[in-house]
Ligand binder design. Structure first.
Ligand code: GLN
Length: 199
């Protein structure tokens, strides 16, 4: 079987690191910055950054509607951090003008972990990812506050007295609150490439 072609949305964030992680997980990777480039890919990674900025830039470059329709049409997408926010159907603490690409039946809270712990790390068991805990690097990260029946919670952390999902999956959509591309551990990218191959 030929390797799936997975695009990395190249408007902001760790584009090079995501591409390297995808390539080492058996995919061919490419950068997506224009609608013509989106049309060439089987699947997409949306890196972290600032969700309001990425939202604004997708509109500027004419990618917002093509992205929304590819996602609604079942294209596999992995969103990390701001990418999780962009996939969410509902956002708490968003900017008043902020919109998302939608698809994932979750409500996410932006910057959920609060000021004292803007950035932190921890080891997490992720369902479906073998080989021991994953080092999770959270940077002004969101968490999932509500989720629909079709959403599988693959990992959660305890915060403010409750269990907060930080890795979720719904069909061909995968989202993490943290940044796996910065640790050199490619198991989450491998999970996603497996989802793309199966789709
Ligand atoms: N590391 C990140 O992607 C941070 C996300 C950012 N706080 C936002 O709301 O978009």
């Amino acid at each position: 079987m030929t390797a799936p072609v997975i695009g990395v949305l190249g408007l902001q964030g760790d584009v090079r690191e995501h591409r390297a992680a995808l390539e080492s997980s058996g995919a061919t990777s490419t950068v997506v910055r224009r609608p013509e480039e989106l049309a060439q890919v089987d699947a997409l990674v949306i890196p972290g950054g600032e969700s309001t900025t990425i939202d604004m830039l997708t509109r500027v470059v004419g990618l917002r509607d093509p992205l929304r329709s590819r996602i609604a049409g079942g294209m596999p997408v992995y969103g990390s951090c701001a990418g999780m926010i962009l996939l969410a159907d509902r956002v708490l603490d968003g900017h008043p003008d902020q919109q998302t690409l939608a698809g994932l039946d979750v409500t996410v809270r932006r910057n959920a972990f609060g000021r004292q712990v803007d950035s932190h790390e921890g080891d997490l068991e992720v369902r479906g990812v073998g080989g021991g805990p994953v080092r999770a690097v959270f940077i002004r990260a969101p968490w999932v506050e509500e989720w629909g029946d079709g959403v599988e919670v693959l990992a959660a952390v305890e915060a403010k007295g409750e269990s907060r999902p930080v890795v979720v999956r719904q069909g061909a959509l995968l989202a993490t609150s943290f940044h796996p591309e910065v640790t050199g551990d490619h198991r989450l990218h491998r999970l996603f490439v497996g989802m793309v191959t199966a789709a």
